[in-house]
Ligand binder design. Structure first.
Ligand SMILES: Nc1nc2c(c(=O)[nH]1)N[C@H]1C(S)=C(S)[C@@H](COP(=O)(O)O)O[C@H]1N2
Ligand SMILES: [Mo]
Length: 523
């Protein structure tokens, strides 16, 4: 083989780098340069980041049951691992492409290298991009066809350009070449995976650290009303924003607040409307407590929280726009291409909000800034975040999760959770306490059993902060003998219907079944 990278291969000893080693050693950093360029463009201009688009596309076609299994085992890490793997794949493909370049492309120089980068882009434009939902050349991706296609070509050119530069560098210094190729031959694979992991963790942490430091925000936590014991370990009645549960389909949540944001209202209306955030804030504001829970929350799980929301009443906006006859659904569309709908009747209820404040300060990006829906009575998935458009539709529109089989009406199941069950001593009262929620049906009572449901004792229930908020409850019982006890809780909704003890999985209607906790009693 010719000495293509310009190293003297005459009399090479066995541990001297081969052309293939050097190609790999140059290919990996060149791939990283291209990834960094793509990431910067994505952060600055919202152009498509290829590994992210690939993960989105995979999650969109994998059957819900399989995603469920992954999510059940890995939780939010399922998405992070998938993204890390996708980044690793990107790096590996481009690292090995460099071997192809060194072995097959005869000319050296910047122009052939750039042409090679453009060639990879062209190939991907006709295969990977359409498969990942971006259409030919990625032109159906955000923010627009030119920016999307241009940024992807840019990433290809950055790859070609840096491949040229790094190969040149290795050519000039034999020692560097040997060192790099030793690294490449043995560690490219692990290097790629680690780089992917680090990239994911670093980028993910930017938002988490900013949130943890509370940059630019302060939380006004609102206390409850009425006398209620201050029980250690019982949920706060109003969840502080940093502790409010977070769920989204995205690996990285969008930051709608940083864009040229507008809310459009259209479809079956007399008068389509369009608002800037300032215009929305100028409208009469509505404020209320509402609890949100994820339909995927297991019995006893913590994907449920309560906050004070402030925004504009959805019904007010819809009345201004004028809902036409034949309207069936109100459809929320979001920056992250998420969609969900609610029935027009529900949208016209007074508790429905388009919220721009949470717990007294501006909504943060994790919870849907600049604007999200708060829809009392239905699971979290219908409380669409990062809204940009609302359409009144004449048909039943299936949302992101409904297309995957989740319940379309999605009314909350009645739930109750034990937060505190203190170990007991025979003859001494011991405390049980927790939360209960039944959406907009309200809670009429909460009961506790220590004999597996044979007899029930009423708990003391704190009046809720609103008809759409959870309740805190506590009870005490006095054990008569030592041993292990199963404490079980059930709630009755506003109509007096008891929470069912029948166990069913979250998919597709939300879990049912009772939460139970084991308590040890000593003599
Ligand atoms: N745009 C958008 N809205 C969304 C989602 C999403 O992925 N994208 N996830 C939904 C789901 S499944 C839930 S449970 C709630 C969670 O809201 P939170 O993170 O503020 O608790 O947001 C809902 N709204
Ligand atoms: Mo959810």
């Amino acid at each position: 083989m010719d000495d293509l990278v310009g190293l003297n291969i005459e009399g090479r000893s066995s541990n001297e780098p081969t052309d293939a080693d050097i190609a790999l050693a140059a290919g990996l950093p060149a791939a990283m340069c291209s990834l960094v360029a793509g990431t910067l463009a994505w952060l600055a201009f919202d152009t498509p980041l290829l590994p992210l688009r690939v993960v989105d596309a995979i999650f969109a076609v994998v059957p819900a049951e399989i995603v469920q299994v992954g999510v059940a085992f890995l939780g939010p890490w399922a998405k992070r691992f998938a993204f890390a793997a996708s980044v690793g794949g990107y790096l590996l493909v481009l690292a090995f492409a460099a071997q192809l370049f060194v072995a097959r492309v005869r000319q050296r120089g910047l122009t052939p290298s750039l042409a090679f980068g453009a060639g990879i882009w062209l190939l991907a434009s006709l295969t990977v991009f359409p498969l990942a939902g971006g259409g030919l050349f990625g032109t159906s991706w955000k923010p627009n066809a030119w920016a999307a296609a241009g940024s992807l070509l840019g990433a290809g050119l950055v790859y070609g350009g840096s491949l040229h530069a790094i190969l040149g560098l290795l050519q000039r210094s034999r020692r560097t070449a040997e060192w790099a190729s030793a690294l490449a031959s043995r560690r490219t694979f692990f290097g790629s995976i680690v780089a992917a992991g680090v990239a994911v963790v670093v980028i993910e942490s930017i938002g988490a650290v900013a949130d943890a430091l509370g940059w630019g925000r302060s939380d006004r936590v609102v206390g409850g009303s009425g006398v209620f014991p201050d029980i250690d370990g019982l949920s706060l009645e109003v969840t502080p924003t940093p502790d409010f549960y977070h769920v989204s389909k995205n690996v990285f949540d969008p930051d709608g607040a940083s864009r040229n944001w507008r809310l459009e209202i259209g479809g079956l209306v007399d008068q389509p409307l369009s608002f800037t955030m300032d215009e929305l804030r100028a409208l009469p504001a509505v404020e209320g407590f509402a609890t949100l829970a994820c339909i995927d929350n297991p019995a006893g799980g913590d994907l449920i929280s309560n906050a004070l929301w402030r925004g504009v009443g959805l019904a007010d906006l819809l009345r201004t726009a004028g809902v036409r006859d034949g309207a069936v659904d109100v459809v929320f569309m979001a920056i992250d291409d998420y969609v969900d709908s609610i029935a027009v009747e529900r949208a016209m209820k007074p508790g429905c909000l388009l919220a721009y404040e949470m717990n007294g300060v501006a909504l943060n990006s994790a919870h849907g800034a600049p604007l999200r829906a708060i829809v009392p009575g239905v699971f979290g998935m219908k409380n669409v975040k990062w809204i940009t458009r609302i359409d009144v539709a004449g048909t039943d529109v299936k949302g992101y999760w409904q297309r995957r089989g989740w319940n379309d009406v999605a009314e909350y199941q009645t739930m109750s959770r034990i937060d505190v069950a203190t170990p007991g001593t025979v003859g001494q009262p011991t405390t049980v306490a927790g939360v209960a929620f039944a959406g907009d049906r309200g809670i009429s009572s909460v009961e506790v059993s220590i004999d597996d449901g044979a007899t029930w004792v009423a708990a003391e229930v704190r009046p809720p902060l609103s008809e759409n908020a959870w309740v805190l409850w506590h009870a005490s019982w006095t054990p008569q003998r030592p041993g292990r006890f199963d404490v079980v809780v059930r709630a009755l909704d506003g109509a007096g219907t008891a929470q069912t003890p029948l166990v069913s999985s979250a998919y597709p209607n939300g879990v049912t079944g009772l939460h139970r906790v084991t308590v040890h009693v000593t003599a």
